[in-house]
Write a protein that binds this ligand. Structure first.
Ligand code: PLP
Length: 429
């Protein structure tokens, strides 16, 4: 067995981590997870208040999932879903998704995750117009502070300039508009010309942007403008679908039905990489004309991934975890509300089990705290063993498994409060 130091040395020598500067020497090596708890290679216990990256809906280390995966691997581990090939688990999962999906999103295409899903959705929207003879409709609109993964399609639509610096901004014609400004959508459409625009991609609730929840009338008004101009609406629900936002799909909250809806993360609670792009029959039939849908991945419809997703959805349903996300999320937000007295905590936003505390220089301008605040999750983790995250613009985010208990909620609240009470305007604690 390797020592912890040997493992860290190997990691530093060979592993390229997303968003980790070369000079950072620290590593936290997890070796075990159960429920909402994790253990590192030295045996230290942590409380997972992030669900990894907004997922782990059903908690870590579930025997039921391991059994389903083992059974499926013995039965059929893999065969392609290209052409006319398919498998029973992929078919059962599309049926389940069609039953539960909002609006008339009755068709699905499988991916291995969110970035692939956003790429597929963008290609699908452009190809839809192409097949209908509207071949100038190539532009994609998205929003500032949006996150659509870091592959080249969704990645260029991602509205954080720093994430595209040096790698290229738009790889096709596109534009980021200001969030929550319907007038800017209208003026942008007029400026580009509706006949040139294929789709708008957006998160109904912005996750990475810091749990940004729009006013109730925002999406109905946006959808109406897009529909009037024949522009497709792609909802990116990679974070919000499957209970995270306190409903099966965040879309349900706004009474708007997109043409395409991208999911990943919670569909398998992270037990295996999987995503699904849901679309209307009109979209699916249009893009399957001619030589067929021009998007496909080796692992689309992977039988083990689909079997795990079916079991994950069963657990979410049978254990009432979507309702529980609402109760626990509200409870955490209420408990954290005492922190609003602090001059550097601007707002607490919560929907389901997504909670963001906005860390600001002052409450009037609501300017984000300086970079030093990015270290706060490390300090909370070192002092208390509770794992939280800083999302963009210094939003401290909690997105625990939906199985989070009252005791675990109290532990997370105490940990966050203990450190944030010492918060200073320069971002240090
Ligand atoms: C809204 C949204 N879309 C897409 C992605 C990318 O998903 P993945 O990392 O699985 O490629 C993420 C990841 O956090 C996300 O939050």
């Amino acid at each position: 067995m390797r020592t912890v130091d040997e493992l860290i040395g190997l990691d530093r020598r060979h592993v390229v981590h997303p968003h980790l500067p070369l000079t950072t020497t620290n590593r936290t090596i997890f070796t075990r997870g159960k429920g909402c708890k994790l253990w590192d290679a030295e045996g230290r216990q942590y409380l997972d208040a992030t669900g990894g990256l907004w997922l782990a809906q059903i908690g870590h280390g579930r025997e039921e999932i391991a059994e389903v995966a083992a059974r499926q691997m013995k039965q059929l581990e893999y065969f392609t879903c290209f052409w006319d090939f398919t498998n029973d688990k992929a078919i059962e999962l599309v049926e389940r998704l069609a039953q539960m999906a909002p609006g008339d999103l009755e068709m699905s295409f499988f991916t291995s995750g969110g970035s692939e899903g956003d790429d597929a959705a963008i290609k699908t929207a452009r190809y839809y117009h192409y097949m209908r003879g509207e071949r100038r409709r190539t532009w994609i609109l998205s929003r500032k502070n949006a996150y659509h993964g870091l592959a080249y399609g969704g990645g260029t639509a991602t509205g954080f300039a720093e994430m595209n610096e040096g790698t290229g901004y738009w790889y096709f014609d596109g534009q980021n508009i200001t969030e929550f400004c319907v007038a800017e959508l209208e003026s942008t459409i007029t400026q580009i010309g509706p006949e040139n625009i294929a789709a708008m991609i957006a998160e109904p609730i912005m996750g990475v942007g810091g749990m940004i929840i729009p006013p109730d009338d925002y999406w109905p008004r946006m959808a109406e403008v897009l529909r009037k101009h024949g522009i497709l609406l792609i909802f990116d629900e990679v974070v919000t679908a499957f209970g995270r936002a306190g409903r099966w799909f965040a879309t349900e909250r706004f009474g708007v039905s997109p043409d395409i809806l991208v999911t990943a993360k919670g569909i398998s609670s992270g037990y295996i990489p999987l995503g699904a792009v849901l679309m209307t029959r009109d979209v699916a039939d249009t893009v399957r004309q001619g030589h067929g849908y021009p998007v496909g991945y080796t692992y689309s419809g992977h039988p083990v991934a689909c079997a795990i997703a079916l079991e994950n959805l069963r657990i979410l349903n049978d254990e009432g975890l979507v309702d529980r996300a609402n109760d626990t999320g509200r409870y955490i937000a209420e408990q954290l509300a005492t922190l609003l007295k602090h001059p550097n905590i601007g707002e607490i936003r919560q929907m389901g089990l997504g909670i963001a505390l906005e860390l600001v220089v002052d409450k009037e301008t609501r300017r984000p705290l300086p970079d030093a605040a990015s270290r706060i999750p490390d300090i909370i983790r070192d002092e208390t063993g509770v794992i939280v995250r800083i999302s963009s613009a210094q939003n401290l985010v909690l997105s625990p498994p939906l199985t989070f208990s009252r005791d675990e909620a109290n532990q997370a609240v105490e940990a966050v409060s203990r450190v944030l009470m010492r918060l200073k305007p320069d971002g240090t604690v």
